[in-house]
Design a protein around this ligand. Structure first.
Ligand code: ADP
Ligand code: ADP
Length: 240
């Protein structure tokens, strides 16, 4: 039941930067993995290889049974639909309501005032969006404009929007780096609960080792593009 299987993955960017070197990495359904590593160690590149945003130079990237490196457009769309992303920078459309932002996550395209006018939300979509907002504790701000929310609230809304996609895998890239510690912890708690509840595979990059200790069942660390550590948190504690 491996949903991610990466073999001998190497990425050299066009300018010659070797971002990943011979990476082997797998994750099972429902597993949570914390991806650690200094800036520039290749964490983002690895995540982007998983959904084909970055093309592997060599090696194999299999996600949910699809070989991403040789996938056609339709297969790639299918993979991306099942892989939810949470970013450090939160991309909500500021001037639209929270509810509208979340509904458009389910429609699979960025909302703009224009396509919003043409696409009257169906009742079911509104209900599902409200349910997702409720799940992240944000139903009470559904009618507010996104720009009126705090950073932590916006990240919760972004997670609700991502849930509308009904992903099987969640890739979170420094999801709490821009938040204060308390808000960050609350967002992490929620992300953990939700992925567990739906048996989603979570691959979450963090740079705070403290957070990784609390949340990482399994720690994968990159160093200068190579896999440095792949261990359960309890094993790591033993080695210190
Ligand atoms: P790919 O091999 O995936 O097509 P490219 O090597 O073409 O990627 O780079 C994509 C873009 O990112 C280019 O426009 C490049 O200039 C830009 N870029 C270059 N260096 C960096 C960097 N260190 N971080 C982020 N983007 C960069
Ligand atoms: P991390 O997420 O751990 O900070 P990245 O995957 O962003 O690491 O970057 C790994 C290495 O690849 C770095 O040296 C970075 O500058 C380089 N890099 C990232 N994106 C590009 C790009 N598009 N083009 C060229 N080099 C890049």
């Amino acid at each position: 039941d491996e949903v991610i299987r990466v073999r001998n993955l190497t990425k050299v960017y066009r300018n010659g930067t070797q971002a990943l070197h011979d990476i082997d990495f797998s994750a099972a359904a429902g597993e949570t993995v914390v991806l650690l590593g200094a800036n520039g160690s290749g964490k983002s590149t690895l995540q982007k290889c998983l959904n084909g945003l970055v093309a592997a130079t060599s090696g194999s990237v299999n996600v949910l049974g699809t070989e991403v490196t040789s996938a056609n457009k339709r297969q790639l769309t299918q993979v991306r639909q099942q892989v939810g992303m949470v970013h450090q920078r939160i991309h909500l459309v500021r001037e639209l309501s929270v509810l509208t932002n979340v509904i458009h996550g389910g429609l699979g395209r960025a909302p703009s005032p224009r396509n919003w006018l043409s696409a009257t939300a169906k009742k079911a979509q509104r209900e599902e969006a409200l349910e997702a907002l409720n799940r992240v504790g944000m139903a009470h701000v559904a009618g507010k404009r996104a720009e009126q929310l705090s950073g932590g609230q916006q990240q919760r809304v972004a997670i609700a929007r991502m849930l509308m996609q009904r992903p099987k895998i969640v890739l979170a890239d420094e999801p709490v780096a821009a938040l204060d510690p308390r808000a960050g912890r609350a967002v992490m708690d929620m992300l953990w609960d939700i992925t567990e509840e739906h048996n989603l595979t979570l691959v979450c990059t963090l740079h705070q080792l403290e957070l990784a200790r609390d949340y990482g069942s399994r720690i994968v660390a990159l160093r200068a593009g190579s896999l440095d550590i792949d261990a359960h948190i309890s094993e790591l504690a033993d080695h210190q």
